[in-house]
Design a protein around this ligand. Structure first.
Ligand code: 4HQ
Length: 251
């Protein structure tokens, strides 16, 4: 899978892409990330890439030409064979695990990072879509681009290694994850739940599933409406509801 990332700040990406799982994926040629500096496509004398907004107001707007020239250079280099061209912006489609899974099917993705107040509206005609990573305002599209590369890359077969599968992840199941424990068996008086030490795989699986259901119910009840629940899951939640209704909490 290949990403071409258009940005005014390519150096921002070096940290996240030079460590851990993404670094290994790049080294193993499962993933290629090309960073394209939009400033390299500035043609005016002072190589400026931004200007004041028409109509007035604070801040600067990225000029359309350097961005579009950079996009055309990517298209040229690829012999016209270009995947989705996605602008990172707060107005975009909310980024979800489902969208990450869809993008993981692509061979090539272009990510366009705006900075300052944003990019000239006319650049949108050269993009195929827009993604938002959440309802908050950042200083640029660079962090969102890193989030997209990270979430999509770990879904590429082999990136997480042979045994770790992303199919049991939170959100892949539609539920929050169950708690995790490792050694020691007791840490400062806090013990690991007995069932996890039992070696009884069916009981462990059931305990984990119920913990996932409980956590989702308490923290993100909205997710329960769309999660793929089994008959056992429904029975567990119904029993819980019955138990709660019968509880006498006094007045
Ligand atoms: N941006 N999800 C780029 C964001 C954002 C988000 C703010 C994007 C500034 C120039 N992008 N502009 N949230 O906050 O994608």
């Amino acid at each position: 899978m290949q990403f071409d990332i258009l940005t005014l700040f390519p150096e921002m990406f070096t940290g996240p892409f030079s460590a851990s799982i993404i670094k290994r994926a790049i080294e193993r040629n499962l993933l290629t990330v090309n960073l394209i500096n939009i400033r390299d496509y500035a043609r005016n004398k002072h190589r400026t890439v931004d200007d004041a907004p028409y109509g007035g107001g604070a801040g600067m707007v990225m000029e359309p030409e350097p961005v579009v020239l950079a996009l055309e250079a990517v298209r040229e280099k690829r012999g016209g064979d270009m995947g989705p061209v996605i602008l990172l912006c707060p107005q975009g489609e909310p980024f979800t695990q489902r969208l990450a899974a869809e993008l993981a099917q692509e061979e090539h993705i272009v990510l366009v990072c705006g900075h300052y107040e944003g990019i000239d509206e006319r650049v949108r005609a050269y993009t195929t879509g827009e993604i938002s990573i959440g309802d908050y305002v950042l200083t640029g599209g660079e962090l969102p681009a890193m989030v997209v590369v990270d979430a999509v890359s770990r879904l590429i077969p082999g990136v997480l290694g042979e045994e770790t599968s992303p199919v049991t992840d939170s959100f892949a199941t539609g539920l929050l994850e169950h708690p995790h424990y490792t050694r020691p068996r007791e840490f400062r008086g806090a013990a690991v739940p007995e069932v996890l030490l039992s070696g009884h795989h069916a009981r462990i699986a059931r305990w984990r599933r119920e913990e996932a259901l409980l956590r989702t119910l308490v923290r993100r009840p909205d997710l329960l409406a769309t999660a793929a629940l089994t008959a056992d899951d429904r029975r567990f939640l119904k029993e819980l509801a019955t138990y709660l209704m019968r509880l006498d909490l006094g007045d």
